[in-house]
Design a protein around this ligand. Structure first.
Ligand code: HEM
Length: 234
């Protein structure tokens, strides 16, 4: 009887151990997929837009490098173990995160600048699609987020605002919303006349869905690792 109980306990622990490893490997695979998808999508869009052929051609390049690559990497570098930056200290990762977000702002403003010039040259009206309206919103929110991040980067500066733990939680929550806004803007771009003329047939579907892969990983990372912990401390 005692042997039976011991045996069932050992096999139960063994089962949990296996589950834990399986879970860890699924997470690792998801993270690798997110990195590959972000880089692959950026390269694909940059090649398809044939940079240098027109003012417009620089818009998709700047926007995909900024929002699909830099912003995604800037979020994923906080992943607990599976990130290439897992050996860096928390402070160093925060600096790198801020640097990547600052690049997003510079690249984003440049990309929209190219789009505005392109429309002026071709004398087409501005802000006529959901993509462009949401794009402006995303850019504004990104600039605000990056500016707020400065207060977290320099916690000793006595600036007005909520206490730091609370601000950290706000920054994380708004960061996730900003990232999802960027993903929505990019996905709306997949419905633009330019993209639909460039990517025809059934191939359009898998390509248009690529930005969702890193988005799901980022969402799970932020809600699982950070928000669940902070709920208790604030
Ligand atoms: C990487 C994928 C992207 C592609 C392929 C793309 C493509 C386009 C295209 C074809 C247009 C012209 C048609 C229209 O007005 O909808 C456009 C306009 C615009 N895009 Fe994008 N876009 C991308 C990402 C972004 C992102 C991430 C943002 C902002 C965060 C953005 C902001 C804008 C804005 C503001 C306009 C309108 C500019 C104006 O009306 O003068 N785009 N984009």
């Amino acid at each position: 009887m005692q042997i039976d109980v011991q045996y069932s306990l050992v096999s139960e622990n063994h089962g949990r151990f296996n589950e834990f490893w399986m879970y860890k490997w699924i997470r690792r695979l998801a993270l690798i997929t997110a990195h590959v998808a972000a880089l692959g999508f950026t390269i694909l869009i940059s090649v398809l837009s044939r940079p240098g052929t027109s003012f417009f051609s620089w818009h998709p390049v700047c926007m995909s490098v900024s929002f699909c690559l830099c912003m995604t990497e800037g979020m994923l570098l906080f992943s607990s173990q599976e990130s290439p930056f897992c050996f860096c200290s928390r402070k160093r990762r925060e600096w790198l995160h801020w640097f990547l977000q600052a690049l997003v702002v510079v690249g984003g403003v440049t990309g929209v600048g190219f789009m505005v010039v392109s429309k002026r040259v071709s004398e087409r009206p501005h802000l006529t699609t959901w993509h462009s309206v949401l794009g402006v919103g995303t850019l504004v929110v990104t600039v605000l987020q990056t500016t707020c991040g400065l207060r977290l980067l320099f916690p000793n500066m006595s600036l007005p605002g909520p206490p730091l733990p609370r601000l950290r939680l706000y920054h994380t929550t708004c960061g996730l919303v900003t990232y999802l806004l960027a993903v929505a803007t990019v996905m709306l771009a997949m419905f633009s006349d330019w993209f639909q003329a460039t990517m025809r047939g059934l191939l359009w579907y898998p390509v248009a869905l690529i930005p969702l892969l890193p988005a799901m990983v980022v969402m799970s990372q932020v809600t699982r690792v950070y928000l669940s912990k902070k709920k208790i401390t604030v």
